[in-house]
Design a protein around this ligand. Structure first.
Ligand code: ADP
Ligand code: MG
Length: 357
């Protein structure tokens, strides 16, 4: 006897959303990254982050950005609601971090999400709470006036309260907090003209970057003086033809020089079109280049920001937008390596010349 075949039925909306949320929000640091990007997209110049229990109890981010219209609050946490993308083709020229309208929706499916927001036109701030994508209390009772400044405060409480398997898979709260600090550190180096503070609730600040501090001071504040005192600036000259043929428009950054003594691994920091990404081929190429300059076992510090023609970059290959794919990867990596090699070799020969005198 064969078992009766089960009918095909659509999944319940909440199950679909919970599955989708699990792909985007894997750990507290992913949630924080999405919130941080939203604040930067909203033109904030000051961002404060407070964390409790590795982000599992509380992730709170306060910004002084443009705020959210009260009228948008009812659908804010519905999936695929965004103020940033209208047509699919716009994705080619996207200049904001967000575009899918999925982050807040996802977070609201795996936590209790509170939002206080005020635009310049509002007389007061508005507070709302979300669960499973919905505004609690509805349009009539869900939006309450409160005192507040222009900007947005987003508090994510009890992350993964309804996904026990995810909670179990998370590392302890210290490690989750380190991942959060890592994300905030990298953004605070890359995003100039924005001040960043990050702390555990009730504890002292672990990151304090002033809005007007320059990139070198940002690196000093986060990674220490040994690195900051051994940095060289990168600004690769790119010929018109190369831009036209391969799409690399700009490559700038700061990297350690050849006399930097350090045996600790510092993961290279790469931004492509202002997104923090992982690029293994570039990482490997840079490490092997440095190994020809540094004593055995010594590791460099590398921060590079690449601008590539948006139409050559696919930012939508990974749910957490962590990996991006771009055309002419080999040619672009070669170009960067050759230019950095030149920089380092000039440095190295002038150092040898100085020590010979
Ligand atoms: P996306 O960033 O992809 O648009 P999100 O779910 O992250 O999707 O955010 C949905 C919308 O909420 C955004 O398009 C933006 O209009 C608004 N928003 C979210 N966070 C903020 C913030 N900190 N300040 C102002 N607006 C925000
Ligand atoms: Mg977003």
């Amino acid at each position: 006897m064969t078992e009766e075949r089960k009918r095909i039925l659509p999944l319940d909306k909440n199950v679909v959303n919970l599955i989708a949320a699990g792909e985007i929000i894997i750990a507290p640091s992913n949630a924080l990254k999405e919130l941080l990007e939203n604040s930067i997209d909203a033109s904030a110049t000051q961002i404060e982050i407070i964390i409790k229990d590795g982000g599992m109890k509380l992730l709170q981010i306060t910004d002084n950005g443009k705020g959210i219209y009260k009228e948008d609050l009812p659908i804010l946490c519905e999936r695929f609601t965004t103020s940033k993308l209208i047509e699919f083709n716009d994705l080619q020229n996207i200049s904001t971090y967000g575009f899918r309208g999925e982050a807040l929706a996802s977070i609201s499916h795996v936590s209790q999400l509170n939002i206080i927001t005020k635009t310049d036109n509002d007389q007061c701030a508005w507070k709302s709470t979300y669960k499973n994508g919905d505004l609690i209390g509805g349009i009539e009772n869900g939006i309450k006036p409160v005192a507040g400044k222009t900007g947005t405060i987003i508090s994510v409480e009890d992350l993964f309260y309804n996904v026990p398997s995810r909670l179990r898979a998370l590392k302890n709260s210290n490690e989750e907090y380190s991942s959060i600090l890592d994300v905030v550190s990298k953004y605070s180096i890359h995003v100039e003209n924005v001040g960043f503070n990050c702390q555990r609730q009730g504890k002292s600040l672990d990151i304090m970057i002033r809005k007007n501090s320059n990139r070198k001071d940002r690196i000093r504040s986060i990674y220490g003086s040994n690195i900051a005192n051994n940095l060289i600036s990168v600004n690769i000259e790119i010929e018109e033809n190369f831009i036209k043929d391969f799409g690399l428009i700009k490559c700038t950054g700061m990297i350690s020089n050849t006399s930097f003594e350090n045996k600790k691994l510092i993961q290279p920091i790469f931004f492509i079109n202002h997104r923090l990404i992982i690029c293994d081929p570039l990482r490997r190429a840079i490490n092997s280049l440095y190994s020809t300059y540094l004593p055995k076992g010594h590791k460099p510090f590398v921060y590079l920001s690449l601008e590539i023609k948006p139409q050559n970059v696919d930012v939508n290959v990974h749910p957490t937008k962590r990996e991006v794919r771009f055309l002419n990867e080999d040619e672009i990596i070669d170009k960067i390596i050759i230019s950095i090699d030149k920089l380092l070799s000039e440095l190295d020969s002038s150092r040898k010349f100085l020590t010979q005198q």
